[in-house]
Every structure is written in C-alpha cells, then in structure tokens.
Design a protein around this ligand. Structure first.
Ligand SMILES: Cc1cc2nc3c(=O)[nH]c(=O)nc-3n(C[C@H](O)[C@H](O)[C@H](O)COP(=O)(O)OP(=O)(O)OC[C@H]3O[C@@H](n4cnc5c(N)ncnc54)[C@H](O)[C@@H]3O)c2cc1C
Length: 457
C-alpha cells in the first residue's frame, strides 16, 4: 500500500464521561501525587491521572532514589518539610531509607546530604497515602487532548484500557513533567537544545565487589562507546545491590522518535557496562543485571512559559520572593552528555568540577569572604502560564518556568515536591473561593501551606 497523505481526519465520535471532579491532576509523578494529596486534604474531590501503573514517576519508574537535603547551604536552618518528610518518615519506619551525611572529603556532591529511598517501597507508600487522603487515582490513563467548551477548559480526553473517554473538572494541574496539558492548550514553551542527559537506571548486584569499578569504567569506556561513569547509590537494607545511572543520551524525550532512539541506546549502554566490567573487573563474572528502570527518564525536556522565568542569577544569588512556594539550596548541577563528570555551583561560592570519576577540582565563583544568601526560592508566578488564556490551569514539577541554569538547581525531587504541594493548595483555594488561579490570595496560600506542614519563609 502506498500512502501519499500527510494526515487523515479522525471521525467525530461520542465519548463517555469517566468522572467529574473539582480538581484534576494530570501526571502521577511525585509532584502530581503531592498536589492531589494536598488538594484532597483540603476537602475537594480530586482525581489523579497517570499513564503508567504506579505513582512516583521518575522516582519510582525511573529508579531515582536520592532525595537531597532539607537544610540551607550552611546546614544551619531547615528550609523545607511538608509531605516530603511525611514520606521519608513513613519509609524510615520500614527501613527503606538510608541517610547519607554530607562528606566534604568523600561524596560525589560534597556539600550535600541525601536520603536514599527504596523506590519499590515508595510506590506502595504513595498508593496508601493517596487512598488515605481520598484521592481517586486513574492508572493506565493517558492524557490525550483538552476538552474545551465556550473557550474554557472543562475536561481532559484520555485513553484507557477500557477505551477513550473524558474526565471533567474545574481546576487542572499539569504535572506531566513535559507540560503535555499546557502544550496542547497552545501555551508557549522554551527549551535548551543541548539537554542534560537522560538515563535508564539499572538495578545491579555484585557491583560493590568489583574493586575500583568506576576507574575501570573510565579507563575502558571509549572501547564500548560510553560517555560517562555516571553514579551509583546503595539500596536500603541490601548491601550487595546498587542502583546505577550510567547510561546517558542527550536526546529530546518529548519527541517520539528521539524517545524511541533513547530507549534503545540507553539499554545498549547498560549492556556495554556489564560487558566492560565482566571483561576488565575482578569478580566481574559475578555481577548481575537485575532489572532496568521502566523506561528512560528525562532530566529536562521543555519549560512552560509562565508569568516569571526563574533565572540563573535568582538561583546563584539566592533570590527571595513575596509569592514563594518552594525553598532550596541545591547547587546548579551541570551534567555533561558527552564526557564524564559534572560541575556544581553552590550558593556559598564554591564551584566543584568533577574531572574524572571521583577526583574533584574546587574553585570559587564568588570571591572568598563574599556575602551570600543561604537558600533560593521559587515564586508561584513560575507555575502560572503566561498567556492567561485559561484561568483554571496551573503547572507543577519539571515543566515549571526556569532558564536552563536555574532549572539545573530546581529540578531536584525535594524542591519540585514543594511546587506540587503548592499547586494542590492553590487549586483547592480556587475551588473554594471560585477565583481563577491568577487571583490567588498569596497570604492565604502561604498560611494553608504552613498549616499543612510546609516550611514557609
Ligand atoms: C537520570 C536522572 C537522575 C536524577 N537524579 C536526581 C537526584 O539524584 N536527586 C533529585 O532530587 N532529582 C534527580 N533527578 C530529577 C528528578 O528525579 C525529577 O526532576 C523529578 O522527579 C520530576 O518529578 P515530576 O513529578 O515533575 O515529573 P515526573 O517524575 O516525570 O512525573 C510525571 C508523571 O506524569 C506522567 N505523565 C506524563 N505524561 C502523561 C500523560 N500524557 N498522561 C498521563 N500521565 C502522564 C508520567 O508517567 C509520570 O508519572 C534526576 C532525574 C533523572 C532523569
């Protein structure tokens, strides 16, 4: 069959209404899940729409287990809490968390502490927390298109295992990571061409029994067409296991063809790493690839153009905002798609460059003795699409508005989780007060965030 057509017209059809909610969260990553829990706890009927079969997104499907520090850069002040710490506390009770202290002599990011989480336990914990909050989850439900009535967003068209349908709602939260809802509403986006690498993580047994494994990888990576020795984290309560993130591609995962290419290339790299270690590592014959994450995960795809673009200067110099919804002290963290290592710019003026494997070069980007702010903030305006066309849509998570350098600091889980909580609170307020998102009462929002356990500075 020869087809010369560029497109076809999809026939019109009637769609069943699958549900009607006050708040509809699209995307069940950690930020979407926290948004839904927050909204539901404030008494609004909330749906959580997720294309996969579990909650947690990159943190569960992608095996990303390091939740970074809750303190300012000097470690003097706690700057974030909220549902993030409810989760850490609950998982700690199940021995599913390792606390990794900052260690200026040893660790990869020497000025940072982390909670390493068992990502399988996290999946189950999020199911339970969502149920306790009264959120209605819709799994294996792919958001496809907006349902617009008289110029207003009234619902979302989804594809499910039972067929296509529509879910109606009053307020919509775009927590898809790629900003799928906003893009289909015609909101403007911006993106960097040379993206920080996407990765397929692996669960590997026996890696820690290979002496100098990372040196071995660095010494032989060109033979296997590899670009980075990446990182590895221990698995809570399992001394022989590691999660590693050593495959790297700088492709656009919001593009269907590049996403396919990335899946195949990252799997190839994981096999190449196994082959390399088996050939050159002592005990390499005893290493075992246990599982691969449920697909390649994106560090960045695109940002929705919102009312405020968080800038490199905001994050490097620790800007504070009247409408702040999140606080952080994580450094601007630049990973390279084509060579080993990363560079970290900390608020206190330290710049660390990981040159080769774990060897570091430390310089300063601020002069010694210079004043600095110990944390930065994200304003609510970076979550409200700039066009103002739809007053009932807010973004949280990976797609909020930041320039590439600012994004390299704010993309961490504990930071973005706060944007999820804020989106949930703002959405519930909009339902209760009958206002559009842009008219959010900032003082009331901050009060509700605080009441729900967040640290509001
Ligand atoms: C390799 C790698 C390493 C990282 N390392 C760290 C680290 O060490 N520490 C750290 O703090 N952060 C790290 N990050 C960043 C962090 O994991 C992410 O920024 C964060 O988890 C993003 O959360 P999110 O909820 O915004 O998006 P996601 O986790 O991407 O969640 C989006 C969810 O929406 C769903 N979805 C998407 N489209 C649709 C649709 N059309 N319909 C229905 N559902 C949809 C997806 O299935 C997914 O569950 C890393 C990221 C990567 C990729």
């Amino acid at each position: 069959m020869v087809m010369n057509k560029q497109y076809i017209i999809e026939p019109e059809r009637k769609l069943p209404i699958l549900g009607e909610y006050e708040v509809c969260v699209v995307g069940g990553g950690c930020t979407g899940t926290l948004a839904a829990i927050r909204a539901s706890r404030l008494g609004v009927k909330t749906a959580l729409i997720e294309e996969g079969g579990c909650l947690g997104g990159t943190c569960t499907k992608g095996y990303i287990s390091s939740w970074h520090q809750e303190r300012d850069v000097d470690f003097n002040q706690q700057i974030l809490a909220g549902i993030t710490f409810e989760i850490i506390d609950r998982l700690t009770k199940r021995n599913a968390v390792i606390f990794r202290k900052r260690d200026p002599t040893q660790s990869r990011m020497r000025q940072i502490s982390s909670y390493i989480i068992n990502t399988a336990e996290l999946q189950i914990e999020l199911d339970e927390m969502v149920a306790e909050a009264g959120v209605i989850p819709h799994f294996h439900t792919l958001y496809c298109a907006p349902y617009i009535e008289n110029g207003a967003l009234r619902g979302i068209i989804v594809e499910t295992v039972s067929g296509r349908g529509v879910i109606l709602g009053n307020i919509f939260i775009d927590a898809t990571g790629d900003g799928d809802l906003c893009v289909s509403l015609g909101e403007k986006t911006h993106e960097v061409q040379r993206k920080q690498p996407a990765t397929t993580c692996a669960m590997v047994y026996g890696y820690y029994n290979i002496p100098y494994a990372e040196n071995i990888i660095c010494n032989h990576m060109s033979e296997y067409n590899l670009y980075s020795s990446g990182w590895n984290t221990p698995m809570p309560n399992n001394p022989s296991g590691t999660i590693w993130g050593k495959s790297n591609v700088s492709l656009n995962l919001a593009n269907a063809q590049e996403l396919t290419q990335a899946e195949i290339e990252c799997r190839r790299q994981n096999r190449a790493l196994m082959d390399l270690l088996r050939k050159y590592g002592d005990n390499g014959d005893r290493i075992s690839l246990s599982s691969l994450s449920m697909g390649v995960a994106a560090r960045e795809t695109r940002q929705i153009t919102c009312m405020y673009t968080l800038s490199k200067e905001d994050v490097m110099y620790g800007a504070h905002f009247y409408d702040a919804v999140a606080n952080g002290s994580y450094p601007v963290d630049i990973h390279y798609p084509d060579k080993p290592g990363a560079t970290y710019y900390y608020l206190n003026g330290i710049c660390e460059r990981e040159i080769y494997n774990r060897s570091f070069e430390q310089t300063r980007w601020l002069p010694e003795g210079a004043q600095y702010n110990t944390y930065w903030q994200i304003p609510l305006r970076s979550m409200i699409p700039a066009s103002g066309r739809y007053g009932n849509v807010i973004v949280c998570g990976r797609a909020i508005d930041a320039d590439p350098h600012a994004f390299a600091a704010i993309r961490t889980i504990v930071t973005l989780n706060q944007t999820g909580e804020a989106a949930g609170v703002v959405a519930a307020m909009a339902v209760h007060n009958g206002n559009s998102i842009i008219d959010t009462d900032i003082a009331q929002m901050r009060e509700l965030l605080k009441k729900g356990g967040a640290i509001v500075l």
